[in-house]
Design a protein around this ligand. Structure first.
Ligand code: OSB
Ligand code: MG
Length: 378
């Protein structure tokens, strides 16, 4: 039986090289909540919460996650004894509704700790097989179609295997048309982050002629039925992101025909336990799957790389190299992509497979909190 002795929360701030704009908001200074666990044998594990500063992607934020972890999640984990990290997600479900990103950051840190305890890679612990992963880039909304075309051209030259363009009504058709002039449409995708309403179905139908690889999450998180109606009118596959926060929502998506492709972000669905169940269902049903990103630091990126090495991840993931986001990452070596657009999975190294730069994290910290186990009475 294992026990967690100590949970440390560290909030850092890292500046993105350039602002990242999606339909619902923009970020430049990324507030990142890191989790460091230590078990009773002194083995440690790292997690990263993918919530942002404001609730524009989902209801969770850095501050709600901080509250949820300190008040409910950490106390629950600290009193638990467990044999395997897959027991953590169910434990965190009992009487604690929602807060999936907060739960995931802790649950995934337990998996990372277990990999280090066994002296194996997180990828191997999760059942990964792919030695390298094809990479996609996600390009924020640009000032003009010409500016976007220039960014797309550069991304193509860098080797990216998928180029995803953020869209919103008014920054869609002209922009994607400009992108199509410089890159083959089969590697282009669009992500609306819920910016459209059913009244704008006509606009979305016009995008259908572009022959994109996929259109991601046009409607609201709760609009599964409307996504299904839209999918019936389109040749282009819809990919869901925000709408699928659990295995059950994936079942709904498939039963309704609300999408044909899934973007899986382990942070969005509560961690690796749920991600493995989602992966298994996608695989058994032949649903194309890829690993999404949330502008993670090198720690969260390591979790994503490990997960994306599983055999059911059949499309390029939003797992760009560290350089695409940061002047300097908080891990060593930084995550790199080769000129063919692949990131290598570090199977031969324990845990996420990169060294976490704790000194730099300490220097970047804006707040920290240590939570420990109450002394057991003798
Ligand atoms: O919808 O995939 C998204 C970033 C923040 C919030 C939502 C999304 C994204 C991205 C970034 O697309 C992908 C990446 O990390 O490179
Ligand atoms: Mg998305």
């Amino acid at each position: 039986m294992h026990r967690i002795e100590r949970i440390e929360l560290i909030e850092i701030a890292l500046n993105l090289k350039e602002p990242f704009r999606i339909s619902s908001g923009e970020v430049q200074r990324r507030r990142i909540l890191l989790v460091r666990l230590e078990d009773t044998d002194g083995v440690h594990g790292w997690g990263e919460c993918v919530a942002g500063e404001s609730p524009n992607y989902s209801p969770e934020t850095v501050d709600t996650a901080w509250l949820a972890i300190t008040e409910w999640i950490a106390p629950r984990l600290l009193e638990a004894a467990f044999e395997h990290p897959r027991q953590i997600a169910p434990l965190l479900e009992e009487g604690i509704r929602g807060h999936r990103m907060a739960k995931a950051s802790v649950e995934m840190a337990v998996w990372e700790l277990e990999a280090r305890r066994q002296g194996i890679s997180l990828a191997a612990l999760l059942g990964g097989e792919q030695q390298s992963i094809p990479v996609g880039i996600s390009i924020g909304i640009q000032r003009s179609p010409a500016r976007l075309a220039e960014r797309v051209g550069r991304s193509l030259g860098a080797g990216y295997r998928k180029i995803k363009i953020k869209i919103e009504p008014g920054a869609d058709l002209d922009y994607l048309d400009a992108a199509r002039q410089v890159a083959p449409s089969r590697i282009l995708a669009a992500d609306a982050n819920s910016a459209y309403t059913v009244e704008e179905t006509g606009r979305l139908r016009r995008l259908d002629n572009l022959r994109l690889m996929m259109i991601e999450q046009p409607f609201s998180q709760r609009d599964l039925l409307r996504h299904a109606r839209l999918q019936r009118q389109l040749k282009t596959p819809l990919c869901l992101d925000e709408s699928v926060d659990s295995l059950e929502r994936l079942e709904d998506m498939l039963a309704l025909g609300a999408g044909k492709i899934l973007n899986l972000k382990p942070g969005r669905v509560g961690g690796f336990g749920e991600s493995l169940a989602i992966h298994a269902l996608c695989r058994s049903r032949g649903v194309p799957l890829w690993c999404g990103g949330m502008l993670e630091s090198g720690i969260g990126r390591g979790h994503n790389v490990a997960l994306a090495s599983l055999p059911g991840f059949t499309l390029p993931g939003d797992i760009s190299p560290s350089r695409r986001y940061w002047e300097r990452d908080i891990v060593e070596p930084e995550w790199k992509m080769d000129t063919d657009g692949f990131v290598a999975v570090p199977f031969e190294r324990p845990g996420i497979g990169v060294r976490v730069d704790e000194e730099r994290i300490a220097a970047l910290a804006v707040r920290r909190k240590v939570l420990g186990r109450k002394k057991v009475r003798q």
